[in-house]
Design a protein around this ligand. Structure first.
Ligand code: OGA
Ligand code: MN
Length: 207
């Protein structure tokens, strides 16, 4: 299923990504699909399928609540109609990004993330030291009627520019360069749901 309108990757998004390394758009998916994804995330959480997220990769991975307090579950094809629709939307976006920015993005990985009240993710870069495949980070938010007073912003720290705070509003998509853009998740007074993912390039071939 292709849920992305053909013009979803507007000139503004492409220009902002190229010029400042990040961009955002609202109403990325139809509200019914966004609601279905939120319900799916809550249901998986209730079933105990979300696990505390680690920091780092492979054997270096450790659960450190001082760094990040979210719980996650990776998306796999065939799990649910809503997650399949989301993966299809990301695949369409991948092809559009490749056509307009020549990024050579090969695939995409994504997980549900649930931050309980008070949880945060300290300032970090998304690219692992031992894996340079992550090129573009993509975050899609699932929270209805988010208020600024509830906290929980994604705070971007672009080099040489002022910081930008983006609230995790349902339907909002954020794209940024994984290797360059420092960012953090501020603590919130309510549960915060999202889908976080990465468009990846071919590995450099370390071996
Ligand atoms: C991450 C991350 C941002 C957000 O999971 O690496 O930075 O707004 N998430 O959830
Ligand atoms: Mn991150």
């Amino acid at each position: 299923m292709n849920t992305l309108p053909a013009d979803s990757l507007s000139k503004r998004l492409v220009d902002e990504l190229a010029e400042r390394g990040w961009t955002t758009t609202d109403s990325f998916l139809p509200p019914a699909l966004t609601r279905a994804l939120a319900a799916e995330c809550r249901q998986r959480h209730a079933l105990g399928l979300l696990a505390p997220a680690g920091v780092g990769r492979g054997t270096a991975q450790a659960v450190r609540e001082a760094v990040r307090g979210d719980s996650i579950q990776w998306l796999e094809p065939g799990q649910a109609p809503a997650t399949d629709a989301y993966l299809a939307a990301l695949e369409t976006l991948r092809q559009q990004l490749n056509r307009s920015l020549y990024l050579g993005l090969e695939d995409v990985e994504s997980h549900f993330a649930l931050y309980p009240p008070g949880a945060f993710y300290q300032k970090h870069l998304d690219r692992f030291r031992d894996d340079d495949r992550r090129a573009l980070s993509v975050v899609f938010y699932l929270n209805d009627d988010w208020q600024a007073a509830e906290g929980g912003a994604l705070r971007l720290h672009p080099a040489g520019q002022s910081t930008a705070d983006l609230l995790p509003q349902a339907g909002r998509l954020v794209l940024f360069r994984s290797a360059e853009l420092l960012h953090e998740v501020l603590p919130a007074s309510r549960e915060r749901l999202s889908l976080t993912g990465w468009f990846r390039r071919r590995g450099a071939g370390l071996f």
